[in-house]
Design a protein. Structure first.
Length: 275
């Protein structure tokens, strides 16, 4: 049974499409984790869910997702594209921001080979170099700080230790030039379409060290993905991977606030991180 976040997201998506005068379609929930994705015919509405716990005012992140995706689409980079007519938004209904996207048919079971994923990410990074908009400069560090400030009391007394660990890792991040990043560059955010590999989810795009994206690629794809990325041998990764792992611990406690039965997973992740 859908939880309150999912139900609220579906209501908001329907309210927005009704207000825009779009044809009625039965909603199909495609995804209901960080954000709820609701398919309504040829469009998909994206509405924040668990993300609301980390970002109490998430409209700016959703607007950035639209802006970066539109920029890449206009330059011929294959990404899930925001709607143009009606406008992508963010629109608002019942206090929730809603963005609208073209539904992109894809094979959910297909996984690209490591060299395809890495090559596609390298081309994406190259295109992002010309992005003219403002991007966050601390990205996951600011998110982590907000999570600890707002929800640290639900982390089994570990918030001070997590905060100290975040400060230690920040000091250890490589002193290198920063660049626009995808922000969550794991293979699950690359879908298989008839036109080829297609990236999505630019909500977490920020300017940071290349090691952040490559650390995610290595951690969630595997070393063979990292090895296939051009020049990866010269990119320092250790602190970026540690930051990603620390962020994942805090994020699991957010998930547990929405889904209490998953609290044991968060506790196991916390114990494993400091073991």
């Amino acid at each position: 049974m859908a939880d309150e976040y999912t139900l609220a997201a579906v209501r908001a998506a329907l309210a927005v499409t009704t207000r825009l005068g779009l044809p009625e379609h039965s909603p199909e929930v495609l995804h209901e984790r960080s954000n709820v994705l609701v398919r309504l015919g040829p469009l998909v509405a994206r509405v924040p869910a668990t993300t609301l716990l980390a970002r109490p005012e998430p409209a700016a992140w959703l607007a950035r997702d639209v802006a970066v995706s539109r920029f890449l689409t206009e330059r011929g980079v294959l990404v899930v594209s925001p709607a143009a007519d009606p406008p992508a938004g963010p629109h608002f209904a019942d206090g929730l921001p809603v963005t609208l996207w073209h539904h992109t048919p894809h094979d959910p079971d297909h996984r690209y080979a490591p060299d395809v994923v890495a090559g596609s990410l390298a081309r994406l990074h190259s295109a992002l170099q010309d992005y003219p908009g403002e991007l966050p400069r601390r990205g996951p560090l600011d998110d982590l700080g907000r999570i600890l400030d707002r929800h640290g009391d639900a982390m089994d007394g570990a918030a001070p230790r997590l905060r100290a660990e975040a400060a230690r890792i920040e000091a250890a991040l490589p002193d290198v030039a920063v660049r626009p990043l995808h922000g969550d560059a794991h293979p699950g955010n690359l879908i298989a379409t008839e036109a080829g590999p297609c990236w999505l989810d630019f909500e977490d795009t920020w300017c940071g060290p290349l090691g952040w994206d490559l650390g995610i690629l290595a951690r969630q794809g595997g070393p063979e993905h990292l090895a296939a990325y051009p020049g990866s041998a010269d990119v320092p990764l250790e602190a970026c991977i540690q930051l990603r792992e620390l962020f994942a611990v805090a994020w699991r406690f957010l998930i547990a606030k929405r889904f209490p039965h998953r609290l044991p997973e968060a506790r196991e992740a916390l114990a494993a991180y400091f073991s």
